[in-house]
Design a binder for this molecule. Structure first.
Ligand code: BG6
Length: 482
């Protein structure tokens, strides 16, 4: 029985169609969903960008992208040929008049219409404005924008205003691809479709939460963009913030876009300002084996931009007062590993060995790799030696538990199909993004004003010393990145 629910016929216009993200993620995701039958030959994907390309030239470019970046199962050339026959191309000048009439002629009035802006945010206003002034977009069209959504609160407000001048909020899809990840949605299923966890999901039972998004790659190739952002803007303000929100939010009454987003917004608004001494920033150095350091790619040999950040975040509300959330993310760390680890409080009393502490349970929600959930439990050591306690894992890897479900879907696949379905649940609302910047801006200003440089750390490590100290001070430890 197919699990695929077909979507309505659509025209998807992909601005920035020859760019990196389009070739690596967006087009391979679309192809996969075509291949599994979620949409058919009646749909059109219209590439748009500045490059002068013929329709065939674009199809060739996409064929190559699919062969290079597609999933290893998605290499059948007949399938690829069928998919690229849905593609069209329009050369367009985002800041001028060229190409817009051509684009209008490609669009059909009676199908779902989505405009995906996989371009620099500086072009959002130009494109949104022309889609409207040239009467291409309708009141039902959807507009999709990629991150970064702003550089600070002021620029995020300006982007919201620019989009809002031409589109209603219910038409605007702000992508945070972390929301499309399988485990992130499973976090909501875990919390709100089981009665086991939610009664314990508060500061009386939970000691602290650790959210880690560790990456093993560096900033090669995108050093210039990255140097203007740093880990705080690139990862924390958006991806880690979303993970924090979904972990900390109150149960929405329904799984509907605004019910979910209202609850997330409340979490962001409850965040306390983070003091500078509760933030650890790092920058990876060149390795002894000759691996480039951060500064080799930053474009500024004196850059003080962080490639790692850890911090202690407090959600000041009834549920969470007294339970800190520790966040950390960085490049060139020991492994690519992302998880949310919920540390439950230790049992109040040890009946087996009075006075000796018993470890608290830890619930680990793994985003990548090996999406799954692990509960660390205390059991009796099965060996001889009496009533000795040890820790064992109740382990569930989604892929092993439900092999018939197939491989986990790429975040972009799900998100693009949600755009076509008109479901905004997994997209950020304008006020959410602004609230996140409102929280992030003073932190960034704090270290910029103080002129503090990030502490350097070894590639392949788990970050700078200060990050460990941040935990030691509270008598806690980070989980190993392994
Ligand atoms: C992007 C960041 O949004 O997310 C990158 O700009 C980062 O710096 C990437 O590498 C991580 O995404 P994923 O899905 O590989 O965890």
């Amino acid at each position: 029985v197919s699990r695929v629910i077909p979507v309505d016929t659509f025209d998807l216009v992909l601005f920035g169609a020859t760019g990196d993200l389009a070739r690596r993620k967006i087009l391979p995701s679309l192809f996969h969903r075509y291949k599994i039958g979620q949409f058919d030959k009646t749909c059109r994907v219209i590439g748009a960008s500045r490059s002068v390309l013929t329709q065939d030239g674009f199809r060739d470019l996409v064929t190559e992208a699919l062969q290079t970046y597609g999933h290893p199962d998605d290499t059948n050339s007949t399938d690829i040929a069928a998919f690229v026959s849905l593609l069209d191309y329009v050369a367009i000048d985002a800041k001028g008049d060229d190409g817009w009439t051509d684009l209008a002629e490609h669009l059909r009035p009676d199908v779902v219409q989505a405009f995906y802006l996989s371009v620099a945010p500086s072009l959002f206003a130009d494109i949104a404005g022309r889609l409207k002034s040239k009467k291409i977009a309708t009141a039902d069209s959807r507009i999709v924008v990629e991150k970064p959504f702003g550089h600070d609160l002021a620029s995020a407000k300006a982007l919201n205003a620019a989009l809002g001048a031409h589109f209603e909020e219910h038409q605007i899809y702000r992508i945070d691809h972390y929301l499309g990840k399988e485990t992130v949605q499973n976090l909501m299923a875990l919390r709100f479709a089981n009665s086991l966890f939610e009664p314990l999901w508060n500061s009386s039972q939970i000691d602290h939460v650790q959210i880690t998004v560790a990456e093993s790659i560096g900033v090669e190739g995108r050093g210039e963009y990255y140097d203007r952002s740093g880990a705080m803007r690139d990862m924390v303000q958006n991806h880690l913030m979303q993970l924090l929100c979904l972990t900390a939010m109150e149960p929405p009454a329904r799984f509907t876009p605004n019910a979910v987003r209202n609850e997330k917004l409340k979490v962001i608004e409850a965040l306390e300002p983070v003091a500078q001494d509760e933030i650890a920033r790092g920058q990876y150095r060149a390795s002894a084996e000759g691996g480039d350091g951060y500064l080799d790619h930053a474009g500024d040999p004196n850059s003080k931009t962080e490639s790692f950040i850890a911090m202690k975040v407090k959600v000041a509300n009834w549920r969470w007062n007294g339970t800190p959330f520790y966040l950390r993310t960085g490049k060139c760390l020991r492994a690519r590993e992302s998880e949310i680890a919920v540390f439950f409080r230790a049992p109040p009393h040890n009946i087996f060995d009075a006075g000796k502490p018993v470890a608290g349970n830890v619930l680990v929600i793994r985003l990548q790799p090996d999406e799954g959930i692990t509960l660390h439990t205390t059991i009796k050591d099965p060996g001889p030696g009496g009533m000795r306690l040890t820790t064992a894992k109740l382990d569930m890897t989604f892929a092993d538990s439900l092999p018939e479900a197939g491989r986990p879907q790429d975040a972009y696949e799900r998100l693009i199909m949600d755009v076509i379905r008109g479901n905004q649940t997994l997209f950020m609302r304008g006020d959410e993004v602004e609230a996140a910047w409102n929280w992030a801006d003073p932190l960034i200003k704090g270290w910029n004003d103080a002129g503090t440089a990030p502490q350097s750390y070894d590639q392949g490590s788990s970050g700078p010393e200060d990050s460990l100290l941040l935990m030691h001070r509270d008598n806690r430890r980070w989980r190993e990145i392994s």
